[in-house]
Design a protein around this ligand. Structure first.
Ligand SMILES: Nc1ncnc2c1ncn2[C@@H]1O[C@H](COP(=O)(O)OP(=O)(O)OP(=O)(O)O)[C@@H](O)[C@H]1O
Ligand SMILES: [Mg+2]
Length: 257
């Protein structure tokens, strides 16, 4: 096992009925990296995250997550990581405050510490005024912020974030991004998906691009540009469109003149 790696993915595969959603992907992520996982809709990003966080059983392959092998000790993996899933699975009938306290206690934090962190996170994410509101009455952005707070409360060393910015207002977006950058500087590993490529370009040290279940590139933006013989001024968006072979010059819709 490579001690410098937070994540080693070994030929991970998921087949849903006949369809291969994730097709023998292998890569590693070094500790403390801000790692962007990119790809078009349906490429297999969320399926990969769900497998790596113990939410979905792989059809084949395995991974070592923060030193624990997924197939052997999924609970050890779950204890050490934080995950923000795409579907924000939250308990609708709890208030924001109850929800966060519950998450903290489930991760084994003592009562006082759980209270302290709950207070700080509610304040930090501008949810303090909504603390007594039921989750069922939350807006999309408020849900995302609460889910994010639950992801961070136990101070995980590796955090998976599936589209963390989607639906969050610019002010909170900035707060969240600043926090994630601070965590990365303190050695926390971030595994991050986003379709907002200029944000990814600004934040991530390294990216992997998945297309139709396969990794088509991995490295720093400079490395990928060099591999693909793209000029130094090619943006991540240019690189992305090239890699996923996007047909950006589609025919117009027949009924639109
Ligand atoms: N539970 C499931 N049952 C059947 N097919 C599924 C299931 N979950 C995902 N898929 C399929 O697997 C493929 C990959 O889906 P996935 O959600 O991983 O894509 P994604 O890269 O996260 O896309 P997006 O950018 O739209 O979030 C898609 O074709 C999807 O329809
Ligand atoms: Mg997804």
């Amino acid at each position: 096992m490579d001690d410098a790696a937070a994540l080693v993915v070994e030929s991970l595969t998921k087949v849903f009925r006949q369809q291969t959603a994730v097709d023998h992907i292998s890569f590693r992520v070094a500790r403390g990296r801000f790692f962007g996982f990119l790809g078009p809709n349906g490429a297999g990003k969320s399926t990969t995250i769900r497998m790596l966080t113990g939410l979905l059983r792989p059809t084949a392959g395995d991974a070592v997550v923060e030193g624990s092998r997924l197939s052997r000790d999924v609970l050890a993996v779950k204890r050490r990581i934080g995950v923000l899933t795409e579907d924000l699975a939250l308990y609708e009938r709890l208030t924001a405050e109850e929800h966060l306290l519950f998450a903290a206690r489930m991760y084994g934090l003592p009562r006082d510490e759980a209270r302290r962190r709950t207070e700080e996170l509610l304040e930090f994410l501008s949810l303090a005024d909504e603390r007594s509101k039921l989750v069922v009455d939350f807006s999309l952005g408020m849900r995302k912020k609460l889910a994010l707070a639950c992801t961070l409360v136990h101070n995980p060393r590796l955090i998976f974030l599936d589209e963390p910015l989607n639906g969050i207002d610019p002010v909170s977006g900035r707060v969240v991004m600043d926090l994630l950058q601070r965590l990365a500087r303190r050695g926390v590993t971030l595994f991050f998906t986003s379709h907002v490529l200029d944000v990814v370009e600004r934040l991530c040290d390294e990216v992997a691009v998945i297309d139709r279940g396969r990794i088509v590139a991995q490295g720093t933006l400079e490395e990928i540009r060099a591999q693909r013989e793209l000029g130094g001024d090619a943006s991540l968006e240019d690189v992305f469109l090239k890699l996923v072979d996007a047909d950006v010059h589609r025919e117009d819709l027949s009924w639109i003149g």
